[in-house]
Structure formats: C-alpha cells, structure tokens
Design a protein around this ligand. Structure first.
Ligand code: FES
Ligand code: FES
Length: 862
C-alpha cells in the first residue's frame, strides 16, 4: 500500500502537475511563494476582498487567498501565465488600447474574471453584467470605465492593435501596459533574489503607552527565524520624516508609542509565513497611557500626544487681506456654516513592500515603491548611520500610492535587517499593517463665514480650520497650509481671513492624499457659495460665473493670477449646455468648480533633471527620477522625447534612474508630468546641441524657483507656479435619487496623452464620489481604526459608478513646459461639493458633513 503524503499537495497549474508544501496559509501563497507564479497579486490576503489574486480553479474564477491549499488537491489551476498565448495577447492589446489600466496591480485578477465570463457568455456578455461580476474586485485607479471598455472589446472578439503614443497630444498606450495587464511586470513583492530572507514587523498594541520592556526570545526560538531587531540595533538616527524628523523607526524600551502604526520589532525568517508567525511572539511590556484622540481638545492640552514633542500644535497657517468684519457687516447676504470631513484611506491595491540587498562592495541596494526614493535613500542612510552614497534606492513602479507612499513604511526596518545580516531581506506589509501604518487624508473641521452683495458677488470670507494630523508630522503641516491657501476656491474675494491649524493626536496620521487639503477646503467653499446663490436667487452656475477668478485679480493668499486661470471660466462655460439640459429635463443638479496647484510652491525651489542617452543599438534611453505609480509619467517622458527628438516611440526606453542625481523631492502635487516633461525636453535639446553622440549623458533640467512662501509676508506672493481647474456636474434622477451621470470638464493646460488624462479623471471621479458619499476611516477613543478591511472602507464598486463624461480643456499655463497644468490632484477637488449641491436640489437639505450617505447600499443621501 502506498503511503499518503500529507505534507504536500498535488494539483495542476497551467497544465503542469505540481506538488507544493501543505503548510501554506492559502493557495495564493503556494502559487506566489513556492511556484513563483506572480500574475496573481496579493492585495489583501487572506481576506478575499480585492480580487487581485483571482485564478481559475476547475474553470471557475475564485480568489486564491481564501482557498485552502489542501482543497486544491487534484484540481486544475489556471493563472494568467497559463492562458493561451492568443488569449493573453488579446487581453493585453485590449487593455492597452482602451487605457484600461493605470498602476496595473488589480488587472491580472480582473483578466481572469473577465475570461471566465467571456467563456460563459461570449459576445452576449453585457457591460452591466460584467460590472456586477467585477463587484468582487477593487480598482482604485481607473474608475472602471476603461476596464469595462476593454472587456467589452474582448467579448466582442475585436482585436485592437495597441500602439505606443507618438508625440505630445497623441493618444496611445501606457508604457508597459501589456506586461502590466498580464501581471508580468514585477512589483517589489514579485522580486526574488538568491538567499532572500523574509521579514515581518511587530506593531504596538496601544496607541499611547510607555514601553517598559521588549522580549524577542520566543520569536527567535520560532521555526525558521534568523534574527529579530529592535531600536537597540539602530546604529544611526532613530527618527525619520520628510519634513520634521519626529517619526521613530522603532519605539525603544523606555520610549513611548504615539499611534497604532508604531513598529516595536522586525523579525527575519526563512519564509514569509515563518516571519509573520514569529513576529506575533514578540512580547512587549506596556505602561498604557490615556490616548489623546479629540483634536479640538488636543490643541490646548499641555500634555503632548506624541513622544519627543512639546506641543500638540503641529502648524498654524494664517493670512488676511482687507477688513473682513466690515465687509461681512456691509454684505447683502451672509452665511455661517461648520463643515466636517472624514479621514479617508488611500486604499492603493499594492501593500507596501521593500527588498534590501547587500552588495559585494558593502553598499546596500534597496528596492522601493515609494513616492520619494531620494528621501528614502537619505533617511535609510541616516538610520544606518552611513553616508548616502552607501545606499542606492531603486524605484520599482508601484501599485498605486495617491500620496500614501510619500513617507517610508517599512523601508528603514527592512534595510536595517539586511544591513546587519549582510543578506537580502524582503518585507511586505499585510493589508492590516498597511492600513495602520501609512498616513491618510485629514479629517478637518472648517468654520466658514462668507458674504456677498445683492447680485451675488462675494464680499468677504473668514474661515477657521482644524485638521487632525494624528501622531507624526509627515506632511500634515503642508496639507493644512494647502487647505488654507485653497480656502476660497477659484474665486476672487476682496477681503479674506484664514487660519488653519494642524494638531497632533494619537489617531492615525494625516498626510498626503490626492488633493492635499484642497478637497476639504473646496467642499466647504462650494457649500457656502451654493447657500449664497439660494439667498440671492440665482443658480449655482450663475454665482460661479459672477465670481470666478480672472487674470490680474487677487486670489486667496494674495497671488495675482496669470492667464492660466482663464481655464476656470472656460470649464464653467464648457459645462453650461449640459447643466442647462439637465435642469430643463427636471433633473436634480449640482455643480462644483475647483482649482488645485501643481508643484510644491510656497517658496520651495523645485529642480528636476533628466538624461537622454543614445545607445549603440540605436535605442534611446530617457532616464528620469519620478515615481511611476499608474499616472503615466513614463509615457509622458516618452512622448516628450518623441516630440523633441523626432524619432519613433519604439526606439525609446524610459527608466527611473537612481544611480544618477536626477530626482529632487517627492512625486507628488501633480508635479511629475510638469517637472518631468520640462527636464526631458531640455535634455533632448541638450542632446541636439551636442550632436546626439552615442554613449553620452545629455542632462537637462527644469526649475521652478520663483514661488514665495506665506512667511515672506509679501502683499502679492506667487504661492504657486501653476494651477489645474475643473468643473464637475452631478446629475441625479429625482425619483430614484441615483446619480445618473457626472460631467467632468477639466482644464489640464495641455493634454500630453488624452487617453491617460481621461483615465486619471475617471479614476478621480470614482474616488471623489466615494469621498462624497460613502468612504470613511474612523478611529475610536483608543486611537484604533474601526474599519480595518478593504470592504469596510465603502469604496464604490463598479456597478455603483455612474457614466462619467470627460471633457478636456486646454488653457496653457504660462511658464510651464508645453503649458502643462497637471491632472492627478484636481480630479476630485470639485466632486463632493457638486454631490452636496445635487442632494440639496433633490430634497432641499444642505449637507455639511462627509461622507453624506448612510452606510446603506443603493441609497442616495443621508
Ligand atoms: S489578495 Fe485575495 S482578494 Fe485580495
Ligand atoms: S489599475 Fe486598478 S488598482 Fe491601479
């Protein structure tokens, strides 16, 4: 009799019989960790809520992170790698041609789901059916519009030929689109190197507690464990931070925790599973303190919430123009309202992952998906206590970020482990760890007083903002500064008085998230504008038309606007026909008009460099320093090079180069396209002037060095060098209360690639509708987040996304390369205001708090 092998499981993968260890936590782990099949991605294992790990099991699409490996015995598993070549090519071409992907992390799972449905229904598969089936999947980038376009194309049997775009202004596929669609382009967690160890962190159990002792002995004794490191092992600086160095990479014995994302230890083992299990065995002795979680009380609390700080007030941004009291007193109408917005999670699909590899020459090579690999390098070097040239941080294009990967997550701890062990170490966060550690969108309380004359012309604005910035600074002070600057939206105010405070608490950290404070402020500003319109007796469109900022007028903190702001009025004019038609059809309508700066501004000296290099094989390398995270900065670089060099796009290879000093700061604030395009264009011109020699680095640069900070006290500071503008119209059915359509009119200055621009805007509107209606990331009185799964974040599913009509407007920004204004951040700035106005039109009630919808699917308003 043959003995049954209970230590292994046998099944077929992509037609090949395999045998894997039986102790994997789920089928996905067996596929990825043992069989090195990487197309199925891990976005949330083992919770089964993102769909990234979907595979075919005996012909049925199923999430493999919830599938016990033992259950796979004898079954047929198909991953994207195992689809027939013709089918792989068909999906890849369709997604690439339709712009059906951005970061690409979610797409291989969606391809599997689509294949299963197309196999079943063929050309009769409807868009609505497919949208319903995609309910098992999350895509945070695209808004699903172009994903469904691509799937429809495959179902119909159409075979588009995906083509790289040509020069500026041409449509074309995203760089690496085919490889991303098929899951072949590796993200950090997909990388493997010989001898690689795996690490897992132990996070604090309490948001505010003194650590009396840390005992790693049980973890060290666990199977497969190689080492465990704590603060005691840090040879250099303990604290890091993009602006303030206040964020400890570990909390030491005798130190104090400040939020639930604090790291106590990192455990290194021979497998991910061993590392994860052993990390739970780290024993920590706490002296638990009462957390400070009420931001309003924290402002005046003399007890610092955060270890190592002496005040809870992180920043105060203030400016005034004119006499607001007099102007409000003389106004025909005045409104006074308190608005509140919620904390929101970025929910990028790829959890943070770092791989650190010691080099034979003693240096350390770190693979990071961060938004600021240069900051990562400097901070890792400071933690290791070595010069920055001992560390190279190589960017691996990430699976979404939206601001949430500006700060380091696990880069420093992983680098430290690899450095001390002299062995490669990889650490990938679980979804729980990701949710706990990285900064979120700030909840802000905003009290607004606004006045206008009898014709609806704004007279004065006063606002007081208080943002809960959580524990560490991150870029919280800049977010509240940006909220202050954008407090008045794209309107001219003769008198204005703004104060915006960022306060530290023991809640989750507030940091960068697409829109960066402008979303919150303009939800409030659009709200007071609509209230004033009602008092005056004019429409939402009319009051915006009467007040929209014009060239030569003074904006917000005193900036005199240039011709770039003509885009604001053009957006309004472009939407007028749709607005009038919806009103005439008896629909409930809401309009939002917004602006968002591009670049850092506020006196920051911005410099970006790029290299163009002609290779002996006839190809041309374009090297830059920006993070590709789905937004298409590689494609922009390619299109600029095609335009400037006049060569075919397939001769160009785009690379992020961290071996040369090309990068200066974070890929944030819609600045990658603007700064990157300027630098690549300059490098091309330098190459032309130099005769296009083979093997020569032609270095170009783009500088923006003329902005002013508020602190300079100038009457008319140039706070920002460029702004994007957008109008969004939300149309609702009065009977059902459902959103029928969103018309999104965006002034992008110059659309480098209209397909990519549309995709960015569709994705933003999806995110903006979620922000307006459903999404939330609350925490309780202990500082603990209460919505700790992707599903509980209430991100809109594909079937809930209304049709989105995108209209691109091109009003060039003076002084910007090709007139570019950037598109990434403005996308959801006007959305919440527009939804609030439409809901008011529907039922006559004003909204002042986000999210506006109760947690009931299918319901339109609260
Ligand atoms: S990783 Fe399996 S559903 Fe998210
Ligand atoms: S393309 Fe879907 S999550 Fe990025």
């Amino acid at each position: 009799m043959t003995a049954i092998d209970t230590t292994t499981i046998a099944f077929a993968v992509n037609g090949t019989p395999v045998r894997v260890r039986a102790d994997h936590p789920h089928l996905l782990a067996a596929l990825r960790e043992e069989l090195d099949l990487i197309a199925a991605k891990d976005g949330c294992s083992p919770s089964g809520q993102c769909g990234c790990c979907t595979v075919l099991i005996d012909g049925k699409a199923q999430v493999s992170c919830q599938y016990p490996v033992a259950k796979a015995e004898g079954r047929e598993i198909i991953t994207v790698e195992g689809l027939p070549d013709a089918e792989r090519s068909h999906f890849a071409q369709a997604f690439a041609a339709c712009g059906g992907l951005q970061c690409g992390f979610c797409i291989p799972g969606i391809v599997v789901r689509a294949k299963a449905q197309i196999d079943k229904k063929g050309a009769s598969l409807t868009r609505e059916e497919m949208a319903r089936h995609l309910g098992a999947h999350l895509c945070r980038c695209t808004g699903y519009v172009k994903i469904l376009d691509a799937i429809e194309m495959v179902a119909r049997g159409e075979t588009p030929v995906a083509k790289l775009p040509r020069g500026i202004g041409s449509r074309g596929t995203k760089y690496e689109a085919e490889a991303l669609t098929l899951g072949d382009r590796r993200f950090v967690d997909d990388l493997r190197v010989p001898g690689m160890l795996h690490a897992a962190v132990h996070l604090t159990a309490h948001a505010r507690a003194v650590i009396r002792g840390i005992d790693t002995s049980a973890a060290l004794a666990a199977p497969g464990v190689v080492a465990a490191f704590t603060a005691a092992d840090v040879p250099g600086e303990l604290r890091v931070g993009i602006i303030h160095k206040d964020w400890p990479v570990f909390i030491p014995e005798g130190g104090r925790t400040s939020y639930l994302g604090d790291v106590v230890a990192i455990v290194v083992a021979d497998s991910r599973q061993h590392a994860v299990s052993a990390a739970t065995l780290v024993a920590v002795d706490y002296d638990v303190l009462a957390p400070i979680t009420d931001p309003e009380a924290a402002v005046s609390d003399p007890d610092p919430a955060v270890w190592g700080t002496d005040t809870n007030v992180l920043s105060r941004s203030v400016y005034q123009r004119g006499d607001v009291d007099d102007a409000l007193a003389a106004s025909a109408h005045v409104v006074h309202e308190v608005f509140r917005t919620q904390r929101v999670e970025q929910a990028f699909l790829e959890p943070e992952s770092t791989l650190a590899v010691p080099q034979p020459d003693g240096r350390l090579h770190v693979y990071s998906g961060g938004q600021g690999v240069w900051d990562d390098r400097d901070q890792i070097a400071s933690v290791l206590g070595v010069p920055t040239d001992e560390v190279t941080v190589e960017l691996v294009s990430n699976g979404g970020a939206f601001g949430g990967k500006e700060d380091m997550a696990n880069q420093a701890q992983t680098a430290l482990a690899a450095w001390l062990l002299k062995r490669p170490v990889k650490c990938t966060f679980s979804r729980d760890e990701s949710l706990l550690v990285h900064p979120k969108r700030h909840p802000i309380r905003m009290e607004y007083w606004a006045g206008c004359d009898a014709e609806g012309r704004l007279t004065a604005l006063r606002c007081r903002m208080l943002g809960d910035s959580g524990a560490y600074a991150s870029v919280g002070m800049k977010v509240l500064e940006r909220a202050a600057g954008h407090a008045s939206g794209p309107y001219h105010l003769p008198a204005i008085d703004v104060e915006s405070v960022a306060v530290r608490t023991n809640n989750p950290i507030g940091g960068a998230f697409r829109g960066f404070g402008a979303n919150q402020a303009q939800f409030a500003m659009e709200g007071v504008l609509d209230r004033l319109a009602e008092l005056v007796g004019i429409s939402g469109w009319e009051i915006r038309k009467r007040n929209v900022i014009k060239p030569g007028e003074v904006w917000g903190p005193g900036q005199i606007m240039d011709d770039g702001c003509l885009g604001a009025e053009r957006c309004l004019d472009e939407v007028k026909a749709s607005y009038d038609a919806a009103v005439a059809a008896g629909k409930a309508v809401g309009l939002g008009l917004g602006l968002k700066n591009s670049g850092l501004g506020n006196g920051f000296k911005e410099l970006s460099k790029a290299v163009v290099r002609f290779e002996p094989d006839g190809t041309v390398e374009v090297r830059h320093g920006w993070t590709e995270m789905g937004q298409g900065v590689h494609t922009v670089a390619l299109q600029v090079a095609v335009t400037e060099l006049g060569i075919e796009p397939d001769r160009i290879r785009v690379l992020v180069d961290t071996s040369r000093e090309l990068g200066f700061g974070q890929t944030t604030g819609s600045r990658g396209t603007l700064m990157g395009a300027g630098a690549v264009a300059d490098a091309c011109r330098v190459a032309d002037a130099g005769g296009r020699q083979v093997g020569v680095d032609y270095v170009g640069e783009h500088r923006v060095e003329w902005t002013n900070s508020l602190a300079e006290g100038l009457e008319h500071p140039v706070i920002h060098s460029a702004f994007g503008y957008a109008t969004q119209l939300v149309i609702m059915d009065r009977d059902s209360g459902a959103i029928e359509k969103v018309v999104a009119v965006h002034d992008v200055g110059r659309a480098i690639n209209p397909t990519l621009c549309e995709g960015q805007i569709e994705g933003s509107v999806h995110m903006g509708l979620g922000y307006a209606l459903t999404e939330d990331f609350p925490s309780d009185e202990t500082g603990r987040p209460t919505h700790m799964t992707l599903r509980s974040l209430d991100i809109l599913r594909p079937k809930d996304v209304p049709p989105i009509e995108v209209v691109l407007v091109e009003t060039p920004q003076p002084g910007s390369p090709y007139g570019i204004k950037g598109v990434g951040e403005i996308g959801l700035v006007p959305t919440a205001g527009a939804v609030a106005a439409a809901l008011h039109d529907l039922d006559g009630r004003w909204r002042d708090t986000l999210p506006m919808k109760p947690r009931v699917a299918g319901s339109a308003g609260d």
